[in-house]
Design a protein around this ligand. Structure first.
Ligand SMILES: Cc1cc2nc3c(=O)[nH]c(=O)nc-3n(C[C@H](O)[C@H](O)[C@H](O)COP(=O)(O)OP(=O)(O)OC[C@H]3O[C@@H](n4cnc5c(N)ncnc54)[C@H](O)[C@@H]3O)c2cc1C
Length: 454
């Protein structure tokens, strides 16, 4: 392992704390709304009557079936909001946080909905004094909207199955992504049976209205932020590929040109989901950070990882580009201290480069670049220039995994406790660095991460 000599001037200074960070208010509001929603959902069985029939035959099972169904579909609702790219959520949680919630809520929703189906069938079988499979047939064939509800359950189980790590690893990212969209088909298919049969909704018009409006809200959020806003922005800015330049170490520089770029609400460190409109590629959007924005250009640096990123080196000049975003909270708005420690693993340097430009001149940033070989460092000249302008230092931490101890970072930047710590790179790298600092006693809220999770 080699740690290069620092560039730029060294300095130490006591920091003052800053007021509440951007996104924290949004997070508090989102948590309050979600918490109230969950409270209302859990309160529904108290008014719908199932709780009063607990002691009747099958009563307990029916009650649990009802509660698990309500909780499962509520988690599904919040999961849809998490997928909608609501700016408030993106700012508050960042992409890694939003994706983490989206994934965990999906697992919970599918588990609770499966429990609901099993428990409710068991309860009906107990009440009718028949067997589970016989009652299942009766439910599907005679109750309203149950055929679609069972198709929906089947789709959810299929998604749960292909999301198991051993199966997901065998599917391409694109195929898995297409399959996981079936969850939205499943949610639509199951909706009618909730209103037709759910004890909390039958004869409770207010509950029906609120539930319906909540789902309409989720649908509108998806249409607005996943389709209309990206479409309008893409059309207004008219981005096209202006240059594609292979760099040393296999990375490709992509220059995009367009109009009114100064109007984009873009902060250093943020990224867009990019869609390059060529045959075979237009339907896929992949995230890449903006390295920098000039008057009429945006610059990306792309490392070849899989098919999509590798084939970008063959993009033709003039290709139209659509985009979603900007996204991410790996920005100066997260700072709570004057000074910052920026740590990039490999191509994670792109987000660090963007963020660095927004740091004030007095911030004295310490920038750590983790690479296998020193020649792998991307953007070194401009990083050193930006860091020198801010009286900071750049460290290169090179060597393979067996040689490098990430605790070296803390050993070199001794005042890390008084800095905001920003980490970007592969999810494994981000997690490993985070663990190092947490073990050293750094509070989690001092750590800001942009895992390049896709
Ligand atoms: C917020 C964000 C910002 C990003 N910014 C940039 C950027 O500026 N420049 C850039 O080059 N990339 C960036 N990425 C990563 C980039 O989006 C992916 O590398 C790309 O989408 C991979 O698509 P693919 O089809 O080429 O590879 P895939 O076929 O999807 O992946 C091929 C294989 O590589 C693995 N893999 C994918 N990505 C990574 C990774 N990051 N680290 C380790 N293993 C991985 C996959 O698990 C898979 O096994 C960013 C990602 C995120 C989430």
């Amino acid at each position: 392992m080699k740690v290069s000599a620092p560039t730029g001037a060294a300095a130490a200074r006591t920091d003052s704390a800053r007021p509440r960070r951007s996104g924290e208010t949004g997070l508090l509001v989102a948590m309050a709304v979600a918490g109230i929603g969950l409270g209302v959902i859990l309160g529904l069985p108290l008014v719908d009557g199932t709780v009063h029939e607990i002691h009747a035959p099958g009563g307990w099972t029916l009650f649990l079936g009802s509660v698990t169904g309500l909780i499962g579909t509520y988690f599904a609702l919040v999961m849809v909001f998490m997928a909608s790219r609501l700016p408030m959520l993106e700012r508050a949680l960042g992409r890694g946080g939003v994706m983490g919630w989206h994934k965990n809520l999906s697992i919970l929703a599918i588990s609770f909905i499966l429990a609901h189906a099993v428990l409710t069938t068991m309860a009906y079988a107990e009440i009718a004094k028949t067997g589970f499979t016989h009652e299942l047939g009766v439910l599907i064939n005679t109750y309203p909207d149950m055929i679609t509800a069972f198709i929906a359950l089947g789709l959810m189980l299929l998604i749960g199955l292909v999301s198991l790590p051993w199966l997901r690893q065998r599917l391409s990212r694109e195929n898995w992504w297409l399959l996981h969209l079936l969850i939205y088909v499943a949610l639509v298919l199951s909706f009618a049976h909730e209103l037709a049969l759910g004890p909390s909704f039958v004869n409770h018009p207010i509950a029906q209205w609120v539930w319906g409006l909540a789902w309409i809200g989720a649908g509108v959020a998806i249409l607005t932020y996943r389709i209309f806003v990206p479409l309008l922005r893409s059309m207004r800015h008219g981005l096209r590929v202006a240059a594609v330049e292979p760099q040393a170490n296999g990375v490709t520089k992509i220059l995009l040109e367009g109009q009114y770029l100064e109007d984009l609400p873009l902060q250093g460190g943020q990224f867009f989901e990019w869609r390059f409109l060529t045959r075979g590629r237009w339907w896929q959007a992949h995230p890449f950070s903006v390295v920098d924005r000039q008057e009429d250009t945006l610059r990306l640096m792309v490392k070849p990882i899989g098919d999509f990123s590798t084939n970008l080196a063959e993009l033709k000049v003039g290709t139209h580009v659509w985009f979603e975003g900007p996204y991410g909270n790996f920005t100066v708005a997260q700072r709570a201290r004057d000074r910052a420690l920026l740590i990039a693993g490999g191509i994670g340097v792109t987000a660090v480069r963007g963020l660095l430009e927004d740091l004030p001149r007095e911030s004295r940033p310490a920038v750590v670049l983790r690479v296998t070989a020193k020649t792998d460092v991307v953007l070194l000249d401009e990083l050193e220039r930006l860091v020198n302008e801010r009286n900071g230092r750049v460290y290169i931490l090179s060597g393979d995994r067996t040689e490098v101890d990430l605790r070296t970072i803390a050993g070199n930047i001794k005042d890390y406790r008084s800095r905001d710590i920003f980490i970007s790179g592969s999810p494994g790298f981000v997690e490993a660095v985070r663990d190092v600092f947490v073990q050293l006693g750094v509070k989690r809220r001092q750590l800001h991460a942009e895992p390049y999770t896709i």
